[in-house]
Design a protein. Sequence first.
Length: 575
Amino acid sequence: MPAWMPSLALQRNSNIAKVMDELELDSYEEFYDLSVTDPTTFWSVMIRRTRVVFRTDYNSILETPEGPTEPRWLNGARLNIADRCFTTDPEATAVVLQRVGQVNLERVTYGELEKLVNRVANGLVLAGFTPGNTIAIDMAMTLESVAIYLGIVRAGCAVISIADSFSPAEIAIRLRIGEASAIFTTDYIQRGAKKLDMYAKVCEAQPPRAIVLPCGEEVDVELRDGDLTWKDFLSENNRFESVDRGPNDTSNILFSSGTTGDAGIWQGLTELGIPGLMIPETLGGVGLGALDAAVIAECLGYHVTPGPFITSATMAPVPLLAAGKEDLLAAIASGEHRVGIAFGEAVGARNDAGVSVDGGKITGKCIFVLDADADSYLIATPDKKIFLVDAGAVERTPLTTVDKTRSTCELVLKGVPAELISDSVDVYNRTLDMGRVMQGADTLGAAQCMLDQSVAYAKERKQFSRVIGSFQAVKHMCADMASDLEPCRSMIWYAGHAMDDVPEEARLVACHAKAHLSEVGKSVSKTATEVHGGMGFTDLVGLHYWFKRIGANRQLLGSPELVRNEAAQIQGLIA
C-alpha cells in the first residue's frame, strides 16, 4: 500500500489533470501513451502551457531522420530559456530570502531580479565572455547565485554547476571536463559561527579567472592577478537583450555520480606508479605486496577515486605473474594496458549468463564485468580456469549500477580466441581473495570518510542554538560508527599481510574481511546519512558517492552471505 495518496480534489487540481482534461484523456496511462505515440500533439500542448518564449518559432516538434536515438527537437527555433523566467508580473515576488545575520525575511520581485540578471549578463560581455563559453558557479544558494545562473544563460553561455561542499580535486575535475572559462565563488561561506575559506579552496583547484562575491560587505581576501571582485565585475547597466540560442545548445552542465571518472585520474595514478604496485621492479613495477596495496585501496576508497585499481593493479598481476606474462605485466605497470576482471560466472552462476571453452575459443556471456574500458579481460570459467581475451574481440555493453565511480559491463563472447592463463584452482582462489581484500579496504576507506564527514557536520550544524554534536544521541551515533570501524583496519591489514606471508590463513581471512567490512560499511553509511539529517540525501553534501560505493563493494565478487558460506566450507563447518 502506498504511504500517501492525493485526495480527489488535489488530483483534479494538478497540472497533469488539467492537461488530461484538455486532451480528453481518462487515465494517466493514456496520458503516458500519448507522449510516446504522438509526441507532436503532446509537446505542442506542454510547450504552450509552460509558456516557453520563442524568438523564432519552430518548424516541427520532433524529427528523427537518423533514428530515435538521434532526435531533433524544435527544428528551426531560436530562444533563450532564461526569458521564460520573466514573463510574469514584474511586481510579483520572485525570491524570499533571509541573509546571514539578519532576522527579517527579504522579498525580491521579478522586476528587481531581472535587473540584477541583466547586470550580470552585461558584466560578462564587458569581461570579454562570448556565447558558448562555459562558466562555473561554486557557491551557496543565494539571491546572487540565482541571478548569476540566469545571467550566464541570458548571455548565451553555459553554466557548470558545482556544489560548494566539493573538495579542490572534485572542483578541478569539473572545471577541466566542462572547459570552464571562469568561475563565480565567494571569499568565505558562513556555517553557523564558522567561516569556511571558499576562495582558498577554489584557488587550490587552479581555476581560470574567478569572480569573487563577499560573504560580508566587502571581499575579505587577497585575490589572484586577473580575478575580479563582485563589485568590480557587476555592470551598472540593467538592460540586456538576450542572446538567441538553438534548442540543442548547452545551457547547463551537470555531473551525476561518477561521470567525472575520466582517464586523466588513472593517468595521474600511473605517474605515481600505482598500476605497477604489485609488479616486480624488473618489469617496471614497484614490487610491493598486498598489505601495501590494501593501504592504498583504503585511501582510494576514502576519496571514491574512479579507476581500475582493484582489477588491473591488484587482481590481474596474480595470475599473470604465475603464467609468466612479462610483456603484459610491463604494459600494465606503465599504464599502457588495463585488464578487466570477469569472475562472476565462477563466483556465482546466473541463469542468464555463463561461459564455456571449446578448442581454445570461448563462448557465452559474462555479467557485471569489472572495468568497461579495459584493453583485455581475464575470464574465469565455472571450473575455476582463467582465460585471457582481447577486448576488441568481444561485444561489450556498459551496465548501469548504483556506483558510477567505477565502470562495469556485459561481455558477449561468440567463439572468441582465448589464451589459457591458469588451470589451477589455487591461482584462481588467490586472485579472488586479493580482490576481496582490496574491496574490503576500499569499503573501509569509504566508511571512514563518511564517519569523518559526519563528525565535522555535527560540529557545525546547529539546532536549538546548539551544534548537534553536543546532543547525546548524535554523540552516540558517531561513537558507534568509530567503535565499529576501528577494529576493521586491523582486520584488513592482517588480511593483506596474510596474502603474502601467511598463505595457509589467507583464504579464510580474506573471506572474513570481505564479509565483515560489507556489514560494517553498510551500517556506517546508513548512520552517517542519518547524522546529516535531510541534507544527507542531497547532492549538495554528496554522501551518496560513498554510500553507493560501499553498496557496490558489498555485492561484487561475492555478497557477505556467499562469502561467509565459503568461510564455513574452508573451516569444515559445512560440506
